[in-house]
Design a binder for this molecule. Structure first.
Ligand code: SAM
Length: 262
């Protein structure tokens, strides 16, 4: 996968040299291109921002440098088209589902902004001929989009074939489509079996795969009910067996749907 990132702080992306993503880059699975937006300015001060039309506090990023920068990045491979991802708190939520969608793209172009964001005509211009997504990583406001891009690149990068040692761990993750859709993963443990008088749940030492899987699912349902009860409403009733339904009822979340997994 090719990833281009245009930013006034390309140095912010040093973490992409580290760990799983760093290794994926070394192995050629991820091809990351960083660009300094100011390289596309033409004044001595390399200005990228100006006062907002309509007044108000803060500054807005000018359309010209962004337009020239994006045009040049697009020209790097005229036969292909990147999906453009614009981080903004006013965008659609970034979810595991969207991360999976992005992981299937051959090319992503991220445009992290500063100040009050990018002049909206830039998104309108490229949105008329390319896929442009305005995406938020959460209901809070960061000082700039660089951290949001790091979050998205890491979530997408670990889904690329060959990046994780064990591809199955993705399927067991919180939010993974399939059995974990709209569920949080339960607690995990490793050796030693006793630490500061605290025991690992006995079932995990039993070697009984069926019972362990059931216990893990119960814990996922419990944790989701406790930490993210709104997710339970989005569970597909067809994915719930009798045991799931009984537990959800005990937890105070009775399921009304008729269909049931066996
Ligand atoms: N005035 C903007 C608003 O209220 O929507 C906030 C601008 S913020 C200070 C500057 C930049 O940080 C944004 O343009 C975006 O690139 C990034 N940013 C801030 N919060 C974000 C979030 N939750 N998700 C994605 N990007 C975010």
């Amino acid at each position: 996968m090719r990833i281009d990132i245009i930013s006034i702080f390309p140095e912010y992306f040093a973490p992409l040299d580290v760990s799983l993503i760093g290794k994926a880059r070394e192995r050629g699975i991820l091809d990351v291109h960083l660009h300094q937006l100011r390289d596309w300015t033409h004044d001595v001060h390399h200005t990228v921002d100006d006062t907002p039309y309509g007044g108000g506090p803060g500054m807005v990023m000018k359309p010209d440098p962004w337009g020239e920068a994006i045009d040049d990045v697009l020209a790097a491979d005229p036969a292909a088209r990147p999906r453009i991802v614009v981080p903004t708190p006013s965008g659609v939520p970034f979810t595991q589902k969207l991360a999976m969608e992005y992981a299937a793209e051959p090319w992503l172009l991220f445009t992290p902004a500063r100040y009050e964001g990018i002049d909206s005509r830039v998104m309108a211009e490229y949105g008329s001929r390319l896929r442009v997504d305005e995406v938020s990583i959460g209901d809070y406001v960061l000082a700039g989009g660089e951290v949001a891009v790091l979050v998205m690149v890491e979530a997408v990068g670990r889904l690329l074939p060959g990046v994780l040692g064990n591809a199955r761990s993705v399927a067991d993750d919180s939010f993974a489509p399939g059995a974990m859709e709209n569920l949080l993963e339960g607690p995990v443990y490793t050796k030693p079996p006793r630490w500061r008088e605290r025991e690992v749940p006995e079932i995990l030492l039993s070697g009984h795969h069926g019972k362990i899987a059931r216990w893990r699912r119960d814990e996922a349902l419990r944790r989701t009910a406790k930490n993210r009860p709104e997710l339970l409403a989005a569970l597909d009733p067809q994915s719930l067996d009798k045991h799931d339904r009984r537990l959800l009822e005990e937890l105070g979340f009775p399921v009304s749907g008729e269909n049931m997994a066996h």
